[in-house]
Design a protein around this ligand. Structure first.
Ligand SMILES: *Cc1c(COP(=O)(O)O)cnc(C)c1O
Length: 392
């Protein structure tokens, strides 16, 4: 599937900056996920924190994915989008009481619990409702995902999860607490992982931990391997879909999964990142001492990943089909030096008024937008509703 063709004419009618979601690419991606993970005991939960735009969620829900939520707000959004409560899992290192209450009252599938302290709170709140909370314990597997330090989560010194050395005790606490039902183990080692080796290492660690747990007489029914599959930010047109085949094959081949066990995935970025672009207009082209700046009307308030993680997003001048032979720093209007999308980047020559597409921005893009500088939040439009725009 080739992507990268934008309805530039229709874009002229929309105030910039805005997000554009290519729902055809999203549906294509969801089809590929279904193709490579057809097993009935594989359950894919979409991580809402990557993007919770209702039009996007609707497609994901129609494809039958469950939801991975990290807040009460996300549980609400998942339920509103039509995700059955029985397909919602709830993670988070610090769940507030109202969020636990909402999850219990909604009868979600499972809490991914990160400490013994949290187990006790959940058990008490469940007892008050005459319910039993189903839980997986989030284990910190001490696996290096070889990704950016701000998005690695499975190393021993991260705040996330229960240390392996404390797992046995946490499982005992689960078994002692009257309103807790232990379902299994949860892991999440980081994000934007494109090398399969960390996932292989994770499988080996899980096999050992499941075996140890079951030797102590406790059955592990759920194994949740979290998310983290990366996408290709360099070549959004040629590689528009993450390598789901390699990813699912790792788990299929390496995990000792019994037929009655279920395997849960929590994919965020790999589902939605490629389908979103931030569309922005060039306000000024400014000649610096040694550099040329393309100053655009989008900033780090609309897409913070470059400023926050030094992330790369490919940028295309979609108003100019000419040769890619000019070099720019593409920067935003915010009063922060980190408000830079890309440095020394080659694009077709840019003029005031041109539209640029900042690609692969569907995940951790619009959802992270802020109003810093009292800016307006970016809006969005999808490939499905762009045709219905009225002419200005
Ligand atoms: C963020 C997160 C995910 C999704 O990660 P991606 O890298 O977007 O796939 C999955 N599980 C948990 C617990 C998370 O915090």
């Amino acid at each position: 599937m080739m992507t990268g063709r934008f309805p530039v004419e229709s874009f002229q009618q929309i105030d910039t900056p805005f997000y554009y979601y290519d729902l055809d690419l999203l549906r294509h991606t969801l089809g590929i996920i279904a193709d490579y993970a057809p097993e009935p005991n594989f359950h894919v939960h979409y991580a809402l924190k990557a993007c919770a735009v209702p039009e996007v969620l609707r497609e994901i829900v129609s494809a039958g994915l469950g939801a991975d939520c990290v807040s009460g707000g996300e549980i609400r959004a998942a339920l509103e989008a039509g995700v059955p409560a029985g397909r919602i899992v709830f993670a988070g290192v610090a769940k507030a009481d109202w969020e636990i209450a909402l999850a219990l009252d909604s009868d979600i599938l499972c809490f991914n619990v990160e400490s013994v302290e949290e187990l006790e709170v959940i058990s008490n709140m469940a007892a008050g409702r005459g319910k039993t909370a189903r839980v997986c314990l989030r284990v910190n597997p001490d696996i290096d995902a070889h990704t950016h330090q701000n998005i690695t989560t499975g190393l021993a010194d991260n705040k996330f999860g229960i240390q392996m050395s404390d797992l046995q005790r946490a499982i005992e606490v689960c078994c002692l607490l009257p309103n807790i039902e232990f379902l299994g183990l949860h892991f999440h080692i980081g994000s934007q992982i494109t090398d399969m080796q960390p996932f292989r290492n994770l499988c080996m660690r899980i096999n050992t931990l499941v075996e140890q747990t079951e030797q102590s007489g406790v059955i592990v029914r759920h194994i949740n391997v979290g998310g983290g599959l990366g996408i290709n930010y360099e070549h959004p047109n040629h590689i528009p879909v993450a390598d789901f085949e390699a990813y699912f094959n790792v788990f299929r081949r390496m995990l000792n999964l019994r037929p009655e066990q279920t395997l849960h995935f929590e994919l965020g970025r790999s589902v939605v990142a490629p389908c979103g672009s931030l569309i922005t207009r060039v306000l000024y082209v400014k000649q610096g001492k040694e550099k040329q700046f393309a100053i655009v009307d989008a900033g780090m308030t609309d897409l913070i990943r470059p400023a926050l993680y030094n992330a790369f997003h490919r940028i295309e001048n979609i108003s100019n089909n000419g040769p890619v032979d000019e070099t720019y720093d593409v920067v935003g209007p915010i009063c922060e030096s980190s408000d830079v999308f890309v440095r020394n980047f080659s694009m077709a020559v840019a003029h005031r008024g041109d539209l640029l597409a900042i690609r692969s921005a569907g995940a951790y893009g619009e959802i992270m937008a802020s109003q810093y500088n009292l800016r307006r939040l970016p809006g969005h439009i999808t490939s499905d509703n762009i045709g219905k725009l009225k002419k200005k």
